[in-house]
Design a protein around this ligand. Structure first.
Ligand code: ADP
Length: 265
């Protein structure tokens, strides 16, 4: 009877595991379907614009100024398409553990400063002001991939600008805390509702398409930070703004160089 009882219990567990798996498969398929539909939408918009302008210009009769505007739009939308495709490739590489990092010593303060320079014009257009608080005299080194870390901060700061009000401030901080290099990007923009923030923390979260976009940016950002053994947190309040904090293990100066084994050979 005991054996039978256990058997029943295990069968029950197996059934609920299978049930759970079936549920997860349905859920992840649903997420993928939504994801493909939002990506397609994002790809379609620039393509439609490129098609429209090239047909218009092809029909002739446009003065040089109109032609210049049309060509400018085609170039900008093509840029956007390339960006989207690059994001999709990065995301798929991360999903398949194929992302290769080229690691070296990276000063996070310099990465944040370069990021600020890169977005300066965009911020100015919106009259969004960026202010960095840090100690200029010291290095905030981590062991990581400089280009990928730049991508992380570009995404975070780009979002901060995108969701800021005109004529507002974004405060950036780079500091050291408990053997971690901590970088904070705090905006005073539209913020995110609690319900949406939970989705934002998920992979593929942006599926509910609140602000358009693919939602790949933050998913990639999060994965890249995690590949550097770091953490990323997002705090937000609807109407008051968002704070994103990235912590990465500090590279200690006193790490000894790798010693070669001289006893053999
Ligand atoms: P996308 O690449 O589609 O812009 P991201 O992954 O970069 O997506 O961001 C996902 C979503 O998270 C955004 O569409 C937006 O709803 C929300 N979000 C991200 N950063 C901020 C921010 N600083 N303030 C408000 N909302 C934000």
């Amino acid at each position: 009877v005991r054996v039978k009882g256990n058997y029943k219990h295990e069968l029950g567990e197996l059934a609920s595991t299978l049930n759970f798996m079936a549920h997860e498969i349905v859920r992840s398929n649903q997420i993928k379907d939504d994801f493909i539909s939002s990506i397609s939408h994002e790809l379609r918009t620039p393509l439609t614009s490129i098609k429209g302008w090239s047909e218009t210009l092809d029909s002739g009769g446009y003065d040089p100024e109109e032609t210049r505007i049309g060509m400018g739009i085609i170039a900008k939308e093509t840029e956007r398409l390339i960006g989207l495709v690059e994001e999709m490739l990065d995301f798929s590489k991360l999903q398949q553990n194929q992302m290769k990092l080229v690691k070296g010593t990276v000063n996070i303060r310099e990465v944040v400063q370069e990021t600020m320079l890169n977005v300066w014009a965009k911020a100015e257009q919106k009259q969004v002001h960026l202010k960095l608080e840090t100690d200029e005299t010291r290095a905030y080194n981590v062991y990581g991939d400089g280009n990928r870390l730049k991508q992380v901060f570009l995404n975070i700061v780009d979002n901060a600008i995108k969701f800021s009000h005109e004529n507002s401030w974004i405060f950036l901080t780079v500091k050291e805390e408990n053997d971690q290099i901590v970088a904070v990007v705090q905006d005073t923009g539209i913020g995110i509702s609690e319900e949406h923030l939970i989705k934002v923390r998920d992979r593929f979260f942006q599926v509910n398409h609140q602000n358009g976009g693919t939602g790949l940016g933050l998913a990639i950002t999060q994965e890249l930070v995690e590949l550097h053994e770091g953490t990323i947190t997002m705090q937000s309040e609807l109407g008051s703004g968002t704070t994103v904090t990235v912590s990465l293990p500090m590279l200690k100066q006193e790490i000894a160089p790798v010693e070669h084994d001289m006893t053999s050979g």
